[in-house]
Design a protein around this ligand. Structure first.
Ligand code: COA
Length: 255
């Protein structure tokens, strides 16, 4: 389907790699389709005990492919990006992420839905939705303020400030920062969880998530509708055209 999402099963762990270095691993609708399909298959196959998701050595993902967003904008809950979000959010098996370099937009917010998150020393999480004329997605407007408080969340979600590795750990968004061998070390954690009794793991994960699941799903749906609306706005168009034309965006004409 796409070479940019590479999957492999190693020691009963599904490895998913986002590999599109020429675009900083930006995600297209075809890649979301492939991610959703891989996650769904892993969730259904009893021999898979855990899922490991990573990017390339120096970049997790720059988030939605801006050009693809303009040519294939998501239109509703069945669009590939929303299907991917639901599949990860509802995944019954443990998901371990290994992240270094930029993790932008959904590259940062998807981490809120993984079970274990390990960072390389150069990890930089960014949620620049508002700068792009968009709005927070994937329940980030609920989960980020709950983790870091309203004022720091305002810096992250409205100003689009960068969250560096150590701070992401103290905020509770990631478990630990590893050195340059972060992928190997994170994979060791996936091995550790994959060796545990699988039904007990699934039950524990379910019990941990159930009490807040409904609220999170509602917020994802609310944000999703607002996001689709924002995507069609002149503000978003100006921001995305500016990114592609490598110029600063000009919002002075908007009310
Ligand atoms: N969509 C489409 N193309 C993207 C992209 C994205 N999200 N992110 C990067 N690219 C492209 C760049 O346009 C550039 O293309 P070029 O070689 O034709 O000039 C190439 O990937 C390399 O990116 P560049 O910006 O030169 O790399 P960098 O190391 O200086 O910065 C980022 C990396 C991720 C910090 C920066 O590219 C960025 O901020 N990207 C946009 C992120 C974004 O807004 N995502 C959407 C969130 S909803």
């Amino acid at each position: 389907m796409t070479d940019s999402i590479q999957t492999d099963v190693v020691e009963r762990i599904l490895q998913i790699r986002i590999v599109r270095p020429e675009r900083k691993n930006a995600l297209t609708h075809t890649m979301y389709d492939a991610l959703a399909a891989a996650l769904l298959q892993a969730d259904e196959q009893s021999e898979i005990r855990a899922i490991f998701i990573t990017g390339t050595d120096d970049c997790f993902t720059s988030g939605n492919d801006v050009q693809d967003f303009l040519s294939h904008p998501p239109s509703g809950p069945d669009s590939p990006v929303f299907r991917f979000m639901r599949t990860l959010q509802q995944c019954r098996k443990p998901v371990v992420a290994a992240v270094n370099g930029p993790a932008v937009g959904i590259g940062a917010t998807l981490l809120l839905h993984c079970d274990l998150v390990y960072l390389g020393p150069d990890a930089k999480l960014q949620m620049p939705f508002v700068k792009l004329g968009l709005c927070p997605e994937y329940a980030s407007s609920l989960l980020v303020p709950a983790m870091v408080g309203h004022r720091r969340a305002t810096e992250l979600l409205l100003l689009g400030d960068t969250l560096r590795a150590e701070e992401a750990v103290s905020a509770g968004i990631a478990n630990a920062v590893f050195d340059e061998y972060y992928q190997e070390k994170a994979f060791d954690k996936a091995r550790e969880i994959a060796a545990l009794p699988p039904a007990a793991i699934r039950m524990a994960k379910r019990l941990m998530k159930e009490p807040v699941e409904e609220q999170i799903s509602r917020q994802i749906a609310r944000e999703g509708a607002a996001f689709v609306e924002r995507l069609a706005s002149p503000e978003a168009r100006e921001a995305m055209m500016a990114f592609m034309q490598k110029r600063p965006a000009d919002f002075s004409a908007f009310e």
